[in-house]
Design a protein around this ligand. Structure first.
Ligand code: ADP
Ligand code: MG
Length: 392
């Protein structure tokens, strides 16, 4: 809490130093981690992320001139562009996420006036906690706070995603922006990636922590393997669709139907589909056990998710498996699995509070001794989604 206040003060102070006046608004938007529901999004399925207690803060005011002025505290650098011609700034790629949001707003017919911003974040960059979505959503919130246009949470998330897809040029799904905008303290967010219907799912206020462990393994092969998996899911959908009416995506296949009809699938495709079908089922089960407060049962589902990603979907790697095994061997760890696309990146573990320090020490040591790589670990609390944090 104190740290958050200090950061807000620091952004305000920097704003004043750079632009010579106090900001009119300060907004924030958090990073995220997906608890369960991996490789389900592009199969029209379910995900269950939390917003975390790390965020991007933006202090902003209107400017008379029709320009977008941005100053990054993290990069100690400024970038400026005319609103009439929003283009990428190759020297300040961090500014492209904000430029993209402004460009997409203008494209939608929401005209902006001049703005000056100061930006600071403590979501680690490029570590799998989605600092980019936090930055885009914070930018969207800043524009909304200043110009007062009417836009609901899901539309703001879609806008931020569009900025990343079409302006920055990264083909991400909707989950990251959705949870950054719509997350809530002590809750996970169940999202139906087909309909974008969502609901909050309670998490305990104390007693358990979420630990994200970064393997620091650079992701190799991820694009080609990802494309192969997507194609295999489409093939499975087509084959199962001939047996079961109204199957438009693997999300429409129940576990019972899968058991009945999986014999029609070639073995390499069958295992991929089995992961997706059972993972969707695990997300639905997770929602149920969390509603009843059964964290042990939720932990078991996390462990099963990892097994399925490792053995059926085959998107894990040695480093992720070592990190998960090390985590699961610590008493007080309820469950652990890889999170994100795979082939590197992070694991997510559900850890009783009294086991957090043992986790940080022992899992790090065990991982480093087996891989020679020093991991990074982040203890996270489920925090609220984006909002205005102060107005002068
Ligand atoms: P991830 O979203 O997994 O953290 P990305 O590569 O998608 O990684 O996005 C990271 C990029 O987002 C950074 O390189 C930077 O350009 C931008 N970014 C994130 N946080 C900030 C910040 N606090 N200030 C400026 N730019 C940021
Ligand atoms: Mg990103």
């Amino acid at each position: 809490m104190q740290e958050a206040l200090n950061r807000i003060d620091a952004v305000r102070a920097k704003y004043k130093e750079v632009y010579g006046k106090a900001p009119d608004v300060v907004v924030r938007a958090p990073g995220r981690v997906n608890l369960i529901g991996e490789h389900t999004d592009y199969n029209d399925g379910f995900v269950l992320p939390i917003a975390i207690d790390r965020d991007v803060i933006i202090a902003a005011s209107k400017e008379d001139e029709a320009v977008l002025k941005m100053h990054s505290l993290n990069f100690e650098s400024s970038s400026i562009c005319p609103l009439a011609k929003i283009e990428k700034d190759p020297a300040n790629p961090w500014s492209n996420y904000i430029r993209g949001v402004a460009a997409v707003l203008e494209e939608k017919g929401i005209s902006l006036g001049g703005v000056a911003m100061a930006i600071e974040g403590n979501v680690p960059l490029g570590s799998g906690l989605s600092s980019s979505a936090a930055l885009e959503v914070a930018a969207g919130m800043a524009f909304q706070a200043l110009f007062g246009f009417n836009m609901g949470g899901p539309d703001m998330a879609l806008l931020a995603q569009r900025a990343e897809n079409s302006f920055v040029g990264v083909n991400c799904g909707i989950m990251d922006q959705f949870i950054s905008r719509l997350g809530a303290k002590n809750h996970a967010l169940f999202v139906d990636c087909r309909t974008l219907e969502y609901s909050l799912v309670p998490l305990p206020e104390s007693g358990v922590s979420v630990i994200v462990a970064n393997t620091m393994k650079k992701r190799g092969l991820v694009d080609s393997e990802y494309n192969t998996r997507r194609k295999q899911c489409e093939d499975a959908t087509a084959i199962l669709g001939r047996q079961i009416p109204q199957v438009a995506a693997l999300r429409d296949v129940s576990v019972a139907d899968f058991e009945k009809y999986s014999r029609f699938l070639p073995p390499d495709i069958r295992v991929r589909a089995e992961h997706v079908v059972t993972e969707n089922d695990r997300v639905l089960k997770s929602v149920e056990v969390l509603k009843s407060g059964d964290m042990e049962a939720f932990g078991v589902l996390l462990n099963q998710s990892h097994e399925s990603l490792r053995d059926l979907y085959q998107v894990s790697c040695r480093e992720l498996d070592i990190m998960v095994e090390a985590a699961q061997s610590i008493p007080g760890v309820l469950g652990s699995r890889m999170t994100g696309a795979g082939f590197g990146g992070c694991t997510v573990s559900l850890v009783k509070d009294d086991a957090v320090s043992a986790f940080l020490k022992d899992v790090s040591a065990r991982y480093e001794s087996r891989t020679g790589i020093k991991p990074q670990m982040y203890v996270c609390k489920p925090e609220s989604g984006a909002g205005v944090v102060g107005a002068d």
